[in-house]
Design a protein around this ligand. Sequence first.
Ligand code: SAM
Ligand code: SF4
Length: 327
Amino acid sequence: MIDPFGRSISYIRVSVTDRCDFRCVYCMAEDMTFLPKSDLLTLEELDRLCGAFVRKGVRKIRLTGGEPLVRRNLMSLVRNLSRHLHTGALEELTLTTNGSQLAKYAGELAAAGVKRINVSVDTLDPVKFEAITRGGKLPTVKEGLAAAKAAGLAIKINTVALKGVNDGEFDALLEWCGREGLDMTLIETMPMGEVDHHRADRYLSLAEARRTLAKSWTLEDIAHRTGGPARYTLVKETGRKLGFITPLSHNFCESCNRVRVTCTGMLYMCLGQDDSADLRAPLRATESDELLDAAIEAAIRRKPKGHDFVIERAAPAVQRHMSVTGG
Ligand code: SAM
Ligand code: SF4
């Protein structure tokens, strides 16, 4: 699939649920209303949809949410999708998780061919962790991380940089990642969906974070790319990677290789734009995939050049929360 700007689309992120057992302050409002379960694609529909993208050349699938591991029977979808790994059509099947259920599922994920996962950890202080996630337990996430390591999964920690909240902890997080053998990515907070504060108050430019980190660590730029807005460095002292996701202070839309599907089957061609295509209707219209394929092709032809995030605006750039489109 080649979009109008010559970018090859080889990566889909699929949100399997908008629900979550956490309520991170930058991601959700405290009293979120979730979608009725009947609106969600079934696991069979998600499998069919992923299959259509794989046929069209997608090489990497990331399952996300909401919290993917709270979707009932998710492991059956993971096991089914792993058939594309066995045929070689798919290079990678992975997921982004808050880690709360990882102790239970790490072994099954590894057995199904998942090799790497992203786990979100914004602080190593259990009290602050509970405050940021509105109720999450850091020790449970750490047990999950230990189980994932024991199962042989490579782990990347995602940390959203929040001014006045965790900006004093980046050294400690980096040191912990080094000790535990984890890569890490710092993420700028993005204006998606209404939350209970104005995001500009918490926004921290990662250029600034990098300057501070460079006082204590030797950060060497490396060529590693995933086609997204992350740029990676090698931390010489630990030998681990540190990435910076900076959609606001820089954007790297020109090399974007991805699209996103929500749990209701809406295809978003850009995380930071509202245009979308309904894939649920063609999925449900017939058992053959002709309409689905045509809808995907038409949507890719409309993939926009880039996003429209500006943190200072009073209103979010897009109305939907990250948990709907999937981070
Ligand atoms: N629940 C899983 C988790 O937290 O890893 C997967 C979904 S979550 C939406 C995916 C990633 O998006 C997480 O790393 C989270 O920190 C990040 N995220 C959520 N809302 C964000 C926002 N407004 N700006 C930047 N990152 C955000
Ligand atoms: Fe849930 Fe992930 Fe959003 Fe936190 S960032 S509320 S864990 S979906």
